[in-house]
Design a protein around this ligand. Structure first.
Ligand code: HEC
Length: 186
């Protein structure tokens, strides 16, 4: 009888271990869930006994993700025609001659008055939802107050480039800025 009892206890302890180990293995990995913007949704799925799929961070689209038409969508007709014939190398010279580079640098780490032009062709894709990158860059030059880049001051960038520069020069500038993208290696 005594022997029997000990055997029972051994079995009980052993089965408790099995249960504990199984529970630990099934517990959700908290590190995967904790930073998820879908945490609420994932916890609800867990509670309902459904499979929890870890959220995949969505990367911002780049210029290379867009079809050629989408790059220039919404441009005024005359500007679209000028852009189609634009010379990016001229744009670089204009940026130098007109002092743009006094406030903008290609170096992503240079502290300047204006935002960096490093990969600005990619940045322009998602700055203003619904605005194509070419339209965004064009609007940023001719009307800088229309959208003010977060963490940068308004009314610092000169607002009269539309009067100072020809349509062709503006198009050259936009073509040059569009060239600053990851797929281009610049
Ligand atoms: C005196 C400084 C200054 C000069 C000169 C200047 N900018 Fe700017 N620029 C800024 C500032 C500040 C911003 C951010 C605030 C805003 O969005 O208006 C900006 C924003 C921009 C943006 C938007 C960038 C982004 O990341 O979304 C573009 C494009 C741009 N400038 C192009 C130009 C061009 C082209 C010239 C020359 C023809 C020029 N800038 C000259 C200060 C300047």
């Amino acid at each position: 009888m005594k022997l029997n009892c000990t055997r029972h206890r051994t079995w009980l302890v052993a089965s408790l271990w099995v249960v504990a180990v199984a529970a630990a293995a099934c517990a959700p990995d908290a590190t995967q869930l904790i930073l998820s913007p879908r945490l609420g949704e994932q916890l609800a799925a867990l509670e309902a006994g459904n499979e929890v799929v870890a959220a995949v961070p969505t990367e911002a689209p780049t210029l290379a993700d867009l079809a050629p038409d989408a790059v220039v969508a919404g441009l005024p007709e005359d500007f679209a025609a000028a852009l189609a014939a634009a010379q990016p190398a001229n744009g670089e010279q204009i940026a130098l001659a007109r002092g743009c580079i006094g406030c903008h640098a290609l170096d992503p780490n240079a502290a300047m008055t204006g935002p960096t032009w490093y990969h600005v062709g990619d940045t322009a894709v998602s700055r203003v939802p619904g605005e194509s990158p070419a339209l965004y860059l064009y609007a940023s030059i001719v009307n800088p107050g229309e959208f003010v880049v977060p963490a940068y001051p308004n009314n610092i960038m000169p607002a009269n480039y539309a009067e100072q520069l020809s349509l062709e020069e503006l198009a050259d500038l936009v073509a040059y800025l569009l060239e600053q993208n990851a797929a281009n290696g610049s």
